[in-house]
Structures are given as structure tokens and as C-alpha cells.
Design a protein around this ligand. Structure first.
Ligand code: GLU
Length: 284
């Protein structure tokens, strides 16, 4: 059975981009007699609030999104992430890192930043040989050791949607380019002992997700998730990346830039059909 998920972070009010993603995921599931799961991605306690979480349920209900089972909340699952983190550590694939705060911020705060062709700095490996304790440190994945562990040159995943540059079908990721583009990325942040990358990979496996449906701003970080799946002996789901909803200037909608929320639209009297027609006009 096809199982997909909608995985919002309660860091603000849902906007049209979330509505679009939720509708597409629901369509995918309905067209395949599948199941839609809801996951609240709230590991970043500095940005997530329970009020935003409550509003997510209200907005999704108003949008007519129906999910199966009880939603899971990542903040309830920290011990599960810690279990898998220890597995990676036992394989000798991780190391503690005490580098600066700005390194840490960059690695964790921007899961939505396409890396390909960007000037994002790759961690230079300063702490790789320091043998720092894994307790109370940021923990990085040693990418060279991970590649050696897998004994492969490439990883594959199946793209059933499209990436930002029209990528579709089987995607072959060279492990050398993965090492070059991502370096030793943080898989557990000192304060919460997990990261977006680790949590999303573990949850997709634990929820038995067969199709990951999400915005194509996450397409270029997918190789990091495929790598973690292989290292943890998880199945690789299919990916269905979709285009993003943009504003009148072609910019991606974002909570932090104050894009108009579903709640505002609703309170100003817009009905569901109007919202749906706005999505058709703004999809890119
Ligand atoms: N929580 C992420 C977001 O709200 C989605 C992550 C994902 O779908 O993998 O952007």
C-alpha cells in the first residue's frame, strides 16, 4: 500500500505553499488507495510552539485534509533518534565537534536550502581527528568513513515528481560528489541530540513511508537522507517532489517572510474554492 506523509513544522502559520503540498499529497494517496500520515516536525524548540501546532490541525481540517492514525510529534521521539544515532556511532561513522555556533546554525536551520551550485561552505573537518566525546557535543557524520563502509561509488533513488531543474526518474548520486557537496554534516545537534536529517530519515522508515511527497526545495538534500537510510539499513522510499507556490514576484512563500497565512485568508472570508484557485494560479 502507498503510504505518504505531510510533515509541517510548527514554526509559524501554514501558508498557501503548505496547502498546496498537503493537497498534492492527499491526491497522491487517494489516487492510489493509500494512507496519509501526519508528522509534526518540532525538534527545534527555539522556533516551534504548541499554539502553531494546534493551528496546523485546525487549518488542515478546514482545508479538508484527512490523515490516518494519530499524528506523531518528533519531540516525543528523541529516544528513538538517539537509538539510531548510537548505531551510527557503533559503526565508527560519527564524531563529536565543538566548532562555532555559526557552523551549527548553518547546518541545521536550513533544510530547505538547495545546495547544488550554491556557495554553501562545506565543513572543513576540523574536529574529525580530535576524538572528542560524543556527549554534549554536536555530532557529525564522517562522510569518508561512511562511503568506505558502504563499499559503493553511487546511490540511487527514484524521483516520481520533479526536481527544481526538471530531474525525474532514477537519480544516481555519486558518493564522491556527496562528500564534496555536503561534507561531514551534523546529524545531532548538541542541544537536542538529533537533527532534521536524522529525524526525517528515521521517521520515514518507522512510519513505513513508501512515497515522500514534499516541495522541491528539499530535492538537493535528498542524497543525505538516502545515505543515512543505507547506513541504517532502511528501505529507500520513492520521492515525489513538487513545484513550489510563489508570490507575485516569483519568490517562494515563507513563514519568516510573513507570507499570508491560511488563517488570514479564512478570517478575511475566503472560501476553500478560492484558495484552490489561487494555488492553480501560483504554482510554478
Ligand atoms: N518539516 C519540513 C518543512 O516544514 C518538511 C520536511 C520534509 O517533508 O521532509 O519544511
Amino acid at each position: 500500500m502507498l503510504i505518504s506523509r505531510f510533515a509541517p513544522s510548527p514554526t509559524g502559520l501554514l501558508h498557501l505553499g503548505h496547502a498546496y503540498s498537503a493537497f498534492l499529497t492527499q491526491n497522491l494517496v487517494e489516487n492510489n488507495s493509500g494512507s496519509l500520515l501526519l508528522r509534526i516536525e518540532d525538534i527545534d524548540k527555539t522556533r516551534c510552539t504548541s499554539d502553531f501546532e494546534k493551528q496546523i490541525y485546525r487549518d488542515l481540517k478546514w482545508l479538508g485534509i484527512h490523515w490516518n492514525d494519530t499524528p506523531i510529534r518528533q519531540s516525543d521521539r528523541l529516544s528513538c533518534y538517539s537509538y539510531y544515532l548510537k548505531k551510527l556511532a557503533k559503526k565508527g561513522l560519527t564524531y563529536g565537534c565543538d566548532c562555532t555556533r555559526s557552523d551549527i546554525k548553518r547546518a541545521l536551520s536550513a533544510p530547505n536550502t538547495p545546495r547544488k551550485n550554491s556557495n554553501t561552505t562545506v565543513y572543513p573537518g576540523t574536529c574529525r581527528e580530535k576524538n572528542l566525546s560524543l556527549d554534549n557535543q554536536n555530532i557529525r557524520l564522517n562522510i569518508v568513513k561512511s562511503i568506505a563502509y558502504l563499499k559503493k561509488n553511487t546511490l540511487n533513488f527514484c524521483e516520481e515528481g520533479t526536481g527544481p531543474n526538471g530531474e525525474s526518474g532514477t537519480q544516481v548520486v555519486s558518493l564522491d560528489s556527496l562528500a564534496k557537496n555536503y561534507g561531514d554534516f551534523i546529524i545531532a545537534r548538541r542541544d537536542i541530540n538529533t537533527s532534521y536529517h536524522l529525524s526525517v530519515t528515521v521517521d520515514d522508515a518507522c512510519q513505513k513511508i513508501t512515497h515522500v511527497s514534499r516541495g522541491n526545495d528539499l530535492f538537493y538534500i535528498t542524497p543525505m537522507h538516502i545515505l543515512l537510510q543505507k547506513l541504517l539499513d532502511f528501505n529507500t522510499p520513492k520521492y515525489v517532489h513538487h513545484p513550489l507556490i510563489t508570490d507575485g514576484h516569483g519568490h517562494k512563500l515563507s513563514k519568516s517572510k510573513g507570507s499570508e497565512s491560511i488563517l488570514n485568508f479564512r478570517e478575511s472570508g475566503k472560501d476553500l474554492e478560492t484558495i484552490k484557485s489561487m494555488l492553480v494560479c501560483n504554482s510554478n
